[in-house]
Design a protein around this ligand. Structure first.
Ligand code: HEC
Ligand code: HEC
Ligand code: HEC
Ligand code: HEC
Length: 446
């Protein structure tokens, strides 16, 4: 290794050591100040909801560990402490992160007591684990009348705020401060913040969208409540989180509109237009780790013979750039964003495509897909990451009016609608009986 290169590496390492310890301002505390989830039996239903969540596995998540290894390799092992501080704050606060021997409660990552002993945020904009704690064993949440035989309770307005989540859901580069993940800021600048709809309203409820009220009990022996939150924290992780809930959430995030003419002569240009609207996410679509997440629109046109006349793919994501203008680069090398074509909340993105019409009929399909991680990272982590179809639309284009009529004739029997035969039968039968009755009564009278 050249002297200059070695000097540069040492300088970068020193800078990272200096900054990664100051980028995160967590207090020191033994892990015994936090109670593991097996002590939360009175809230068994909530424990069951939290267990499959990504919060419960943030520090052991194989996709995380694969990326962590890359980060450590690229920075001489210096970046890991920064990563772990958010994926398991207790591991950092207790010093167990340094020793590598994590207690049960530190292994629980973003767990019950970590969240319920939180009491605020440090600084003007939350991010980089800007959490403050009141480590007195008191559990804080939204009720001002909660009474527990086991622990003290306190009302916390902070738990009702998006800043609570923003403490971790805004990630800034530990050295140059650039925004790497900005879910909180995307929400803050969007329409949901103005309407007072916070993260909790969408991510701590039984289904997608704002499903309120959700009546229930906060604790087995507690009173019935008009509304309680769930500890599910569902996002888009179909591979490692609760697959059914994640799929349902992804499928509620966007609508897709496909416009195309229905009769176009063979040899002519078929023009089509797609519009995707972010109707369900309170932030950009996709959000979070957007240089890893994959969301793409695929548009295909296939004729009756099965020939593909067109296949186009458009990706929605963030591409990061380093100080020399090179892209794409990894998180740790990034200094600016090269491009960002994600879809802001309640906004739409349209695309136009065309292909040459063939004889007969052509099926046009547009589909929006999502994957938590690219194949390469998934393989490295040994995780099977499925692709989810978020939404899709299909239309048929015919080369002539006769073609359309033929195709519709062929499919007629299945499309039959209107009044079923048995209804007609019943009407006729009732009519006959009525006529017979009238005739009979006339003859009797006459
Ligand atoms: C990521 C942080 C986080 C984690 C992890 C978490 N909670 Fe919560 N919890 C909250 C927030 C925030 C609220 C209040 C939501 C609101 O009012 O907007 C809450 C509400 C509650 C309530 C009040 C009743 C209800 O359901 O609304 C109880 C009890 C509770 N949590 C227990 C638990 C238990 C037990 C666990 C572990 C299995 C857990 N929490 C995990 C953040 C968390
Ligand atoms: C102490 C830090 C911390 C806090 C506080 C926190 N989160 Fe998270 N959250 C994380 C980490 C780390 C992950 C990523 C875990 C992983 O995928 O390995 C995550 C993942 C998620 C996901 C993605 C799940 C998926 O399926 O991909 C959602 C949704 C989420 N959090 C919602 C929330 C909400 C809502 C709040 C506030 C009530 C909150 N989080 C508070 C650290 C935190
Ligand atoms: C109006 C409902 C709504 C609100 C408000 C909302 N979200 Fe989401 N969120 C969604 C939906 C739908 C998805 C699934 C689509 C996606 O991945 O973006 C999602 C996905 C996520 C994911 C997973 C992203 C991924 O691809 O891994 C995280 C993390 C997340 N939200 C965090 C938050 C945080 C933090 C807040 C508050 C600052 C918040 N959300 C506010 C609806 C909402
Ligand atoms: C300040 C908090 C914070 C820090 C620091 C942080 N992360 Fe995360 N990480 C998150 C949150 C929040 C998510 C979930 C976002 C989403 O769902 O897209 C996440 C998700 C991930 C995921 C996706 C896991 C999955 O199963 O899909 C990987 C990989 C990851 N982080 C790696 C890292 C690495 C490597 C570092 C250090 C360079 C790091 N993180 C530092 C908060 C943090």
């Amino acid at each position: 290794m050249g002297l200059r290169l070695r000097f540069a590496l040492v300088a970068i390492t020193l800078l990272l050591v200096a900054v990664s310890s100051s980028a995160v301002a967590l207090p020191e505390s033994p892990s015994s100040a936090f109670q593991p989830s097996n002590g939360c039996g009175c809230h068994a239903a909530l424990v069951e909801q939290w267990r499959p969540s990504m919060h419960a596995q943030a520090i052991s998540d194989p996709l995380y560990l694969a990326k962590l290894e890359e980060a450590n390799k690229a920075t001489n092992g210096e970046l890991g402490a920064f990563c772990d501080s958010c994926h398991s704050p207790i591991a950092t606060m207790s010093g167990e992160q340094k020793s590598g021997k994590l207690s049960a409660v530190a292994k629980e990552s973003v767990g019950c007591d970590m969240c319920h002993q939180t009491d605020g945020t440090e600084g003007a904009v939350p991010g980089n684990v800007s959490i403050t704690f009141e480590l007195d064993g008191t559990k804080r949440a939204q009720f001002d009348d909660a009474v527990s035989p086991i622990h003290t309770t306190a009302y916390s307005a902070f738990h009702r705020s998006a800043e609570f989540c923003g403490n971790c859901h805004n990630v800034n580069h530990p050295v140059n401060g650039m925004h790497l993940e900005a879910t909180y800021t995307e929400w803050k600048n969007g329409p949901y913040a103005k309407e007072g709809i916070v993260c909790q309203d969408c991510h701590m409820t039984p289904g997608p969208g704002v499903t309120k009220p959700n009546p229930g009990k906060a604790a087995a022996m507690g009173p019935d409540r008009e509304h309680i939150y769930t500890m599910t924290f569902v996002g888009g992780n179909v591979a490692l989180g609760d697959a059914d809930l994640a799929e349902e959430r992804l499928q509620a995030a966007a609508t897709l509109d496909l416009e195309v003419g229905d009769t176009i002569a063979a040899g002519e240009k078929v023009e089509l237009n797609t519009t995707i609207t972010n109707v369900g996410a309170g932030h950009y679509l996709p959000t979070g780790l957007t240089e890893v997440r994959q969301m793409w629109l695929e548009v295909t046109a296939v004729n009756a013979a099965g020939e593909e006349l067109m296949k186009e793919r458009r990706d929605f994501g963030t591409v990061l750039k380093d100080k020399d203008g090179k892209y794409p680069v990894e998180l740790w090398d990034a200094t600016t964003i090269h491009s960002d074509d994600r879809i802001p909340p309640r906004e739409s993105v349209s695309n136009s495509y065309d292909f040459e019409m063939s004889d007969g009929l052509v099926t046009v399909t547009a589909a929006l897909y999502y994957r938590s991680a690219p194949e390469e990272l998934a393989a490295k982590a040994g995780v099977d990451v499925p692709t989810t179809t978020m939404v899709s639309a299909t239309k048929t284009v015919y080369s002539s009016a006769e073609e359309k009529a033929n195709a519709q004739d062929a499919s007629e029997p299945e499309q039959q609608t209107g009044i079923p035969v048995w209804v007609w039968g019943a009407v006729v039968a009732v009519g006959l009986v009525a006529v017979a009755a009238i005739l009979y009564s006339r003859r009797r009278r006459g």
